[in-house]
Design a protein around this ligand. Structure first.
Ligand code: BG6
Length: 468
């Protein structure tokens, strides 16, 4: 037993997303979402634009959380979770995104889900949009590049904020919104027309999202004064690959490209550095008169983020990214996971300090975890020691960040039950402390079983971090 003690009300939890867990993709009136028509992972996979008969889409069944959520929540409660993050599948509520009236059966599902969480004293942490925008909003309207999406999102946000008033205190607006640059289709339903106009599309879509975020924050504060609206970014850090000043400054600019999203949503105005980019790239943002005031007057209450790894960057390198963040050059000081993600616990402390220095608003680590292959022993045991070591090292650094004075609301382990990987569409890339029997081809019983990490995390939570 060591001396570490997390804050008394620290939100220990787990996090999933509807499209990676629920399945039931066309059940009870749900419309197709973008994630339902992409094969091999919604990030870089094949976007079919419609469901092609005979093709395999991992989201269609996923882990069937839609029908098994009671069993899953009972297991999470047994592990002692204080909160649970998931998203509302927008197309369960508005199947095509542009209807006037919501789908009652979709609304009822989340009522039941949130009631089930409260039954065990677990706080729901709810993302409004997590890579699962209704397909029709892309095929008919062109995704977030179209200003009309602000209105559709506002209607959806108002519907769920009213419906779940008193049941949900923590809302996140858009999952990893800074991914507009690296994975525009999954993150924003942005189909890039041509390379020359890519940045124009991305910044225009970002503007619409900023207005939509502000409108959602306004509604949240009016409807439930006790509830909080947070931004959500992918913030695994980027280090300069060398100490050459060109690499240092280029890496800084790259980081700013992500922090641009939190800068606007937290401070309520566009930073000067963005204006230079728009000028140099000849970006012509279309705005309406009220936008500046709306963005200024309705900022978010906290900043949540995902943290998986770190990358290094060299000036002039092409900038690529995937679910874990920017893909950079190898860092000789770090080991990697089986999927090649560098493991960098210290980076978590670094990022918490970077963000708290910049904004001084509460932070929430809403995704962190180890994606790897699990071996089921003949006895049925799963001894996922590497996952335990990964999480343990990250929690130690998180604790240090708290000691540094960063205000951190909680920590949600990504994928407490194994779910479909967003990046690759695989089941084999597992994050859970609860094993789900299903393979990459969709075969398996879907039975749940506890891994070694289940018992370890339970002890961590029970002792409020003291057993680290
Ligand atoms: C984040 C996403 O980028 O990374 C999740 O918000 C995703 O949806 C997670 O699952 C891990 O990525 P992957 O590709 O391993 O599933």
């Amino acid at each position: 037993m060591n001396e570490k003690k997390f804050p008394d009300n620290f939100l220990w939890g787990g996090a999933i997303a509807a499209n990676q867990a629920e399945g039931a993709w066309n059940v009870d009136g749900k419309g197709p979402a973008i994630s339902d028509v992409i094969r091999n992972g919604i990030v870089g996979g094949d976007f079919d634009g419609e469901v092609i008969p005979g093709e395999y889409y991992a989201s269609h069944e996923a882990i069937d959380f839609y029908h098994r959520y009671k069993e899953d929540i009972a297991l999470l409660a047994e592990a002692g979770l204080k909160c649970f993050r998931t998203s509302i599948a927008w197309s369960r509520i508005y199947p095509n995104g542009d209807e006037e009236q919501p789908n009652e059966k979709g609304l009822q599902f989340y009522d039941d889900l949130f009631d089930e969480l409260h039954k065990y004293g677990m706080e729901p942490v709810i993302t409004l949009s997590h890579f699962e925008i209704p397909l029709n909003l892309i095929t008919k309207y062109g995704g977030w590049t179209n200003r009309k999406l602000i209105g559709f999102f506002e209607r959806y946000a108002e519907t769920v904020l009213r419906r779940y008033r008193g049941k949900v205190k923590y809302w996140l607006n858009f999952n990893e919104i800074n991914h507009f640059h690296t994975i525009p289709l999954a993150a924003g339903g942005i189909v890039i027309e041509k390379e020359e106009t890519k940045l124009q599309q991305i910044y225009q879509a970002s503007h619409h999202v900023f207005v939509a975020s502000a409108k959602a924050a306004k509604l949240c504060h009016e409807i439930s004064p006790e509830a909080k609206m947070g931004a959500m970014l992918s913030l695994s850090p980027i280090y300069p690959h060398t100490c050459h000043p060109e690499d240092v400054f280029d890496s800084y600019q790259l980081r700013r490209r992500s922090l641009f999203y939190s800068d606007v949503m937290i401070r309520g105005y566009y930073p000067n550095y963005a204006k230079r980019i728009w000028k140099e790239q000849q970006i012509d943002l279309q705005m309406e008169d009220e936008d500046v005031e709306v963005i200024r007057d309705h900022t978010v209450d906290f900043l949540s983020f995902s943290y998986y790894r770190s990358s290094t960057h060299k000036a002039g390198m092409p900038i690529l990214g995937n679910t874990g963040g920017i893909i950079g050059l190898d860092n000789p000081y770090l080991e990697k996971t089986e999927w090649g993600w560098p493991i960098d616990p210290k980076g978590l402390r670094y990022v918490c300090n970077e963000l708290y220095d910049r904004y001084q608003i509460p932070l929430f680590i809403v995704e962190n975890g180890y994606g790897g292959v699990d071996k089921v022993e003949d006895t049925g045991e799963i001894n996922d020691d590497e996952r335990i070591i990964y999480i343990k090292k990250h929690l130690i650094e998180l604790y240090e960040a708290l000691e540094d004075g960063c205000e951190i609301l909680g920590y949600t382990w990504w994928g407490p039950m194994d779910i479909v990987s967003a990046g690759t569409g695989e089941m084999k890339k597992r994050y859970g402390f609860i094993y789900v029997d299903k393979d990459n081809d969709g075969k398996g019983t879907l039975n749940r079983s506890k891994k070694k990490s289940f018992y370890w995390y339970k002890k961590v939570i029970e002792s409020n971090g003291q057993l680290l």
